[in-house]
Design a protein around this ligand. Structure first.
Ligand code: SF4
Ligand code: SF4
Ligand code: FES
Length: 924
């Protein structure tokens, strides 16, 4: 620690910080642009100048850039010094010489860092009277709009895009006062993290194109703290709503999870909430007839009548629905009749991962903790595609070598350019074993392309190399044996080694191999090592912990006639098992009730359909792949702007249906009681009740505001419906109010923050005010409750080692290759995401393709699981011979439901030329 004296006051600060970081962490305001808490200092903008004095007697001092000046004990500085103030005001004037000053039409306006700093520095007169330099803007694809004239040349964009996220197609071009930030030519930004430019850029150069299409100022949006539902990483988000539509998604800071950054699927995949074809009223399908809409009571009575007629009722839950909704369904049908809605193989893998997280001896690190790891082995997962935010953390872990090399030379980690120069291409070792090329290959110490069984064998062999009592793998070639030794040495040499595996390839053997390595590390007393196991969906972990049977079990109950009534919760069964099987099982049900928010093929089979809320219209709890239970809060009440809608949270529908079935009055149900019931019913979920503030939580007697103080137009918003303004909807379930009335400040610590705002801080930099130190944790603690506690390494090593993969004559192993864009059922319904989806293609090894006479783009006939389809070929430099890959998501659309992640074999041939184009268009 060090003592610094700022404008006559003494403060204790961390001596490893720079002055800017230290002062901001103290709550003092210094304007800045190029510094970023996650990216460090480069001293490019000169905005953060302060006066520094030699000692208490020095009355002249000198100007220093506070982001480049290390904290020293007994340092005297002044932020308020007149010369420093004039310097800062002059700098911002220079930075804005060519700025168009177009705030009224700029989409950054209202949450703009440049606006905030302009006010903070007091710059309010423009003196430059000459022609401004102008640039041509670029079309950067469906996610990001570009207005280069607003640039102030802080270089944050390229530092984030290239250095932090590893992108290669955005750069700085030009020299002197004419630098252009963009691509070489127009075209879609390739990085999966491009959306973060909208928050990293302190001006309106890069803005959210999806927001542009229905633009609303930040202060006119209603927010709630939410959790991304698009994969299992559990990133925290702040969705903003206006007029009953989600208008944009901003990052919500969580110091343990996503920090400042999201992936593009999470940020731009919200369009399914706004789809006009969503069911908004209960529907009943009369025998063979059209669907008819109806009121809530009629729908409940009708559904209850149908279900009462069934001999036995089962419930099919969903890993994309909240714990509360799944639990309410389980209560309705009884625990013995509840299915998780997950295909049997996937459910077995989820349960195995759960056991490994608890028993294999290694803790599951948070995303922040992953960034501290110094040797990583990834078995099977293409992380950018299956858990993008995890991949971004892995990238920071590799880059951590630079900080280590800097520290050896006395250079602090925050001195970003110096650390980058020292690091050059050095990185902590990352070893990848995947079937196809990945976008992390470029930073890997070694990337090995293998079939799933060979990936598992590699993992088993590493475990044996770490601990000779672990079972050995027979028949490895010399090169693989050398690689095994190299990986084992790197893991042992590391202070914090990390093993990552998952279920993308549908291989239990890969999970067992990861478990053996974890046990081997545990037995070598490496308690600081970590094990991250990637699941597919937002609540896969939660469903595993809640318990229930597989989807296959549920369909078998219907097929055999053991059950004839079924309630399906937020689950399209046709994306999980082949269509003929689902058709046959559902066809035998005498009563089929579906609760969902999308018109899926499963909804199309329902006798009664009940319109559910999406994540934006519901509250509930998800458990991320880290085992972190996190609550998401309802952003808006859909009936306020659309009084004819009958959308309800799924758990509210199920509660009402249960009461109606039992001929009881429908009592009011509160979310806290539901969450408590989940915690009491499932021992693994017992800590849930400590997870969130209860509905009665208040600050100074106030609820928490969902809307900023400047929210405008409330009295006029519904004037087209009714000239009387109704009371804002009441929220009995959470501490949040559907209005600007309530606490929205930063001084009182709170974990659940709907939108970050502080006086003078309208941009995302306002998160500084909520943190214990800038870039650290929220002062009240980061949201979420970790449920996994790793026991000391126990259990026996798995001895079930697969034999080496051998290509079969005339048959190929068919793998689902996870896809960030289009790989999940919901964001695939958002238009901008569809534009980025990989086309449905068959990826083939080049040698195999040559043997079959197939060239890139040729039509390929592939028969798998009794289905034959025809797709264009993609030639892969990575896939091993005997293996073909299909892009998850788009392929499900084309084929009408192949089980995701299942290991299959199929026949592949060049398609006969029949004059038809190969299927390449996904079904809308
Ligand atoms: S585009 Fe934005 S982030 Fe990039 S240099 Fe210009 S102002 Fe900075
Ligand atoms: S990594 Fe997953 S949870 Fe995070 S923003 Fe992307 S899709 Fe959402
Ligand atoms: S923030 Fe210090 S020079 Fe830019």
């Amino acid at each position: 620690m060090a003592t610094i004296h700022v404008d006559g006051n003494d403060y204790e600060v961390e001596d490893s910080d720079n002055l800017l970081h230290a002062c901001l962490s103290l709550g003092l305001d210094i304007p800045y642009f190029c510094w970023h808490p996650a990216m460090g200092s480069v001293g490019a903008c000169r905005q953060c100048a302060v006066k520094q004095y030699k000692d208490a007697d020095d009355d002249r001092g000198m100007l220093v850039m506070s982001c480049m000046a290390p904290v020293k004990d007994d340092a005297y500085i002044s932020i308020a010094d007149a010369e420093a103030k004039v310097f800062r005001e002059t700098v911002i004037e220079f930075l804005m010489v060519n700025h168009p000053h177009d705030c009224p039409v700029c989409e950054e306006g209202g949450h703009c860092h440049l606006q905030d700093m302009t006010v903070m520095t007091g710059h309010d007169r423009r003196r430059y009277r000459f022609r401004k330099r102008t640039h041509r803007n670029q079309n950067l694809g469906p996610f990001i709009a570009h207005e280069m004239n607003r640039c102030i040349t802080c270089y944050r964009c390229t530092r984030f895009y290239q250095d932090y996220a590893g992108g290669e197609d955005l750069g700085a071009f030009g020299a002197h006062d004419n630098v252009y930030f963009g691509r070489v030519t127009d075209g879609t930004l390739e990085s999966e993290f491009s959306g973060n430019l909208t928050e990293v850029c302190p001006t309106g150069v890069f803005t959210d194109q999806t927001h542009s299409d229905h633009y609303t100022r930040k202060w006119d949006l209603q927010f709630a703290p939410s959790v991304c539902h698009q994969c299992a990483s559990g990133c925290n988000i702040s969705p903003g709503e206006r007029y009953g539509d989600i208008r944009r998604i901003e990052n919500r800071y969580n110091g343990d999870v996503n920090g400042y950054f999201l992936c593009d699927r999470g940020r731009f995949g919200y369009g399914y909430v706004n789809r006009k074809d969503r069911p908004t009223r209960p529907e009943c399908r009369e025998a063979g007839g059209e669907a008819r809409t109806m009121e809530v009571d009629e729908a409940l009575d009708l559904a209850a009548d149908r279900l009462r007629g069934a001999r036995r009722l089962i419930g099919i839950g969903s890993p994309r629905a909240s714990l509360e909704s799944n639990h309410r369904l389980r209560q309705l049908v009884g625990a013995a009749n509840f299915s998780t809605g997950i295909e049997a193989g996937e459910l077995a893998r989820i349960r195995r991962m759960q056991a490994l997280n608890r028993e294999a001896g290694l803790a599951t690190p948070s995303l922040r903790e992953i960034e501290q790891c110094d040797a990583i082995l990834v078995l099977g997962e293409d992380l950018i595609q299956s858990a993008a935010r995890v991949a971004l953390s892995v990238r920071q872990a590799v880059r951590g070598k630079g900080a280590e090399l800097g520290a050896e030379r006395g250079i602090p980690e925050w001195n970003a350019e110096a650390v980058k120069t020292i690091a050059q291409d050095a990185g902590h070792p990352l070893f990848l074993a995947t079937p196809d090329v990945t976008k992390l290959d470029g930073i890997a110490a070694h990337a090995e392309r293998l079939a799933p069984d060979d990936i598992a064998r590699l993992g088993f062999a590493v475990a044996h190399a770490l601990d000779s009592t672990a079972p050995a793998v027979e028949g490895l070639d010399a090169a693989t044996s050398q690689l095994v030794e190299r990986i084992a040495d790197a893991l042992l040499a590391a202070k914090k080694p990390l093993i990552i595996a998952g279920e993308s390839l549908g291989s239990m053997a890969i999970l067992e191999a990861a478990g053996n390595i974890a046990r081997a590390l545990g037995r070598r007393q490496r308690s600081d090592a970590g094990l991250t196991l990637v699941r597919r969906e937002a609540n896969s972990v939660g469903l595993g912990l809640l318990g229930g049977e597989s989807l296959d079990w549920a369909l078998a109950q219907l097929e055999t006639g053991d059950a004839d009534g079924v309630v399906i919760l937020e689950n399209d069964l046709y994306t999980r098992l082949p269509a003929p099987r689902v058709d046959s099982a559902l066809g035998r049900a005498t009563a089929l009730v579906v609760v969902d928010h999308q018109r899926t093929p499963t909804w199309g089979r329902a006798d009664i359909g009940l319109p559910a809320g999406t994540f934006a219209e519901s509250d509930g709890t998800l458990v991320s792949l880290e085992g972190r239970a996190q609550r998401f809060y309802q952003v808006f009440d859909p009936s306020y702007m659309r009084p004819d809608t009958r959308i309800r949270e799924s758990w509210r529908w199920l509660h009402a249906l249960h009461a109606t079935l039992e001929r009881q009055p429908v009592e009011t149900i509160l979310l806290d009681d539901l969450t408590q019931a989940v915690a009491e019913d499932a021992p693994a979920l017992a800590p849930l009740h400590q997870n969130t503030p209860e509905a009665m939580f208040r600050i100074h007697g106030l609820k928490l505001a969902r809307e900023p103080h400047r929210y405008s137009g409330r009295t006029a918003m519904r004037a087209n419906l009714d000239v009387n303004e109704p009371r804002a909807p009441m929220d009995l379930d959470t501490p949040f109010a559907f209005s600007m009335e309530g606490y929205s400040g930063y001084r009182e610590p709170r974990r659940e923050v709907a939108f970050a705002w502080a006086p003078g801080w309208n941009s995302p930099q306002a998160w500084n005010k909520f943190q214990d130190e800038v870039g650290g944790h929220l002062r009240a603690g980061d949201p979420g409750k970790r449920l996994f506690t790793a026991a000391a390494a126990g259990g026996d090593y798995c001895t079930d080692i697969p034999v080496a993969f051998k290509p079969r004559e005339g048959e190929w192993q068919v793998l689902d290759l996870p896809q960030l864009f289009g790989g999940d059922d919901m964001s695939r319904r958002a238009e901008p995401i569809r534009e980025r989806m990989a086309p449905p293609q068959v990826a083939l090894n080049q040698t195999d393709a040559a043997g079959l006479g197939i060239g890139a783009g040729d039509a390929v006939s592939i028969a798998v699981d009794g289905t034959r389809f025809r797709l264009p070929a993609r030639l892969s430099a990575g896939l091993p011979p005997g293996v073909v890959g299909l892009p998850a998501g788009s392929i499900q659309e084309v084929t009408g439901g192949l089980t995701p992640g299942a290991v299959r074999w199929g026949a592949v041939a060049k398609a006969e030329h029949d004059g038809q184009a190969p299927a390449g268009e996904a079904r809308p």
